[in-house]
Structure formats: C-alpha cells, structure tokens
Design a binder for this molecule. Structure first.
Ligand SMILES: [Mn+2]
Length: 350
C-alpha cells in the first residue's frame, strides 16, 4: 500500500494514529456520517485545497461532508474561487450542531484559534482529526497527523486518500495541486523536496491543468492590486542592523485602490526578493483594526520562532502574527526579537 519510495515526511506520523484515522474516515463515509472539514481562517491554497480535496473525495465515498472556514462572511481569495467544491463551503453559523457531527477534520490549522468559530465543535467534544504540517502545532485534537517535514498539508491528505483507496480525479488533483504549488512557492521554497516534486508529477499525470492554474494563482493582478503594491514599495524601509526590510499598508489605501485584503498577500512576495535583507516584514490592516503581520526569511533566521514569541506562528521561513497599536511599535517588536539573536535551526531546511 505504501508508495515507492515512501516519502520522508511519513516518518513524522505515528503509523497507529494514521491507521486509526483512516479507519474512522472509512467507517464514517461508509455509514453516511457527517464530516466537517475545516480549513483555517484566512484560508490559503493549502488549507482550502486540502479541505476541498477531502470534501470531493469523502462525499464520493458516501460521507455527508461539510467543508468550512471558521469565519464569516466567507472570503475566498479570487485566485481560489474556481476550486472544485468551493461553492459547497458552509459558513460557521450554518454548521450542524456538535451532536450531528461524527468527525471534525482540521486542515493546515496549527491551533484551535486558527479554526475561528469552528473551534466550538472541538470544545463540544466532537472527535477531531488534525491534519497539518506546522511544527508549531499545539496539542489539540484526538488523532494528530502532524508532519512538519511535509511541504504542504495536501501531501498528508493525499496519503489519506491513497489509504482510503480513492482514485484521484482531475477535480481532486486540482485541489491538491493548488495546495502544493502555493505552499512550496511554486516548488521554490526550501521545504520543496523529492516527495513534493514527485507528488506534483503524479498530479500532472491525473490531468491537472497546471499552467492555467499557475496563471490564475500568480499571473493576474487588478489595477488596484498593482497600485497597492506601488504604495507598499514606495515606503519600503531597511534596518541593516538586523537585516530587515519592511513596509505596511493602510486601511485607507485598501479602500482607495479598491484592492481586496487578499491582494496584500502578494506584497510580501515582492518585498522578500530584496537582495540586502535576510528577513522581510509586511504589516497589513485587518478589518477589525488590528495588523496582520507577515514575516519571511531566506533561511538563516527562524521567523516562525519570532512569530510564535509575538503570539503567532508558522514555519521557519514563512510566518505571521496579529498585532495592535502603532505600526512603528509593531516593527520595533520584530526588530527587538531579531536583535536578541538570530533564531537558530532554520538553516537545516527541515
Ligand atoms: Mn500549509
């Protein structure tokens, strides 16, 4: 049943827990049970791709699946709006009561907080399978499939589907591919390994239209988004002492340019290309008045550790946290964290 060769990240998982998760999912599907599939709030391609791949596959096996994101109104990034199953997403207020849910599967969410209001199902004791690849994952859930060495959560989902003997359709493979290509930075991040590359190859074999998907994910910007990028780049600042390049956006700029909050996600991808800085930081205004702070590292600094210290989380090379107050103070808190020592361990490409 296992792949040739078995992917290295598989060693992160407890085989007994993996078997039990597969057994529960199969039993639930065959009994027509109800499974809530929860992507994290502010869903990215990996979270949404993982949830929707499971949604399409498990519903095909007979489960009554409820894919969801723990926030409303539901905001799916435009680049992900055409994913198979996206129209089936249910808002948290329309979720079934805990008593009517047989299983909760959380996807790419490192903590209950990342589940938004779906976390109430956890609190109410619904049996929960955690599927994730964040090393920072907190100890929640009943069956934990957390593989920090997996380049994306969709790889773990693929393993589950393989063990459930689900044949990948183009629909399922498309969801999985979007998770893979976004979380590996188009196969460019240090997390990209042989398992990720081979997974991509298998998905192409299924018939994923990868060039069209990549164009939709990365190759299109509205005028508002480009203007927003201009504003952000215009106020770019460099702190040589800690090798940090940083910028921010204001809520007014979002309004004036007509760009969506999701468009701000693209800013960090440009800022991080700076050739002088090890770490990139972008502060984005969230609708609730807080700052959503994105951090990226080229590999010598563990920005996941810094984000965690500031109340957030993520990976060694890509992380984030939420902050209040003046943007200068937010930047100062990161400078302080960086000044207190280069966080070790990121260079191993784990
Ligand atoms: Mn992920």
């Amino acid at each position: 049943m296992s792949r040739h060769p078995a992917p290295g990240w598989l060693h992160d998982l407890d085989p007994a827990v993996l078997d039990e998760a597969v057994r529960r999912l199969a039993a639930c599907a065959h009994a027509g049970g109800r499974v809530v599939l929860a992507a994290h709030v502010g869903p990215d391609g990996d979270a949404l791709g993982a949830a929707l791949a499971l949604h399409v596959a498990l519903s095909g096996l007979g489960a009554r699946t409820v894919p969801t994101v723990g926030e409303e109104p539901l905001k799916v990034p435009a680049s992900l709006a055409d994913l198979p199953g996206v129209r089936d997403l249910v808002t948290p207020s329309s979720l079934p009561a805990a008593a009517d849910v047989d299983l909760l599967v959380t996807l790419d969410a490192a903590s209950p907080q990342r589940l938004g209001s779906v976390s109430k199902l956890l609190d109410e004791g619904v049996t929960t399978i955690v599927v994730d690849h964040h090393a920072s994952s907190t100890a929640f859930g009943d069956l934990r499939l957390v593989a920090p060495n997996a380049a994306a959560t969709v790889l773990i989902v693929d393993e589950l589907l393989h063990r459930l003997e689900v044949l990948l359709t183009v629909e399922i493979a498309t969801c999985l591919y979007v998770g893979l290509v976004t979380d590996t930075g188009r196969f460019g991040h240090a997390s990209t390994d042989r398992a990720a590359m081979e997974f991509g190859g298998r998905l192409l074999d299924v018939g994923v239209e990868h060039a069209e998907l990549t164009r939709r994910l990365y190759g299109t910007s509205s005028l508002g988004e480009l203007r927003l990028l201009g504003r952000a780049l215009d106020r770019l600042a460099f702190v040589p002492e800690v090798s940090l390049v940083h910028t921010h956006l204001t809520a007014d700029e979002l309004t004036v340019t007509g760009a969506s909050l999701e468009a701000t996600e693209a800013v960090i991808d440009v800022v991080r290309t700076s050739d002088v800085a090890e770490v990139a930081l972008v502060c984005k205004p969230a609708p609730d008045g807080t700052w959503r702070v994105s951090l990226r590292s080229h590999g010598r600094v563990d920005v996941g550790a810094i984000a965690e210290r500031l109340g957030g989380g993520g990976h060694a090379f890509a992380a984030g946290f939420t902050a209040n107050g003046a943007v200068e103070d937010v930047v100062a808190s990161v400078v302080d964290a960086l000044r207190s020592g280069w966080a070790p361990g990121a260079e191993t490409d784990a």
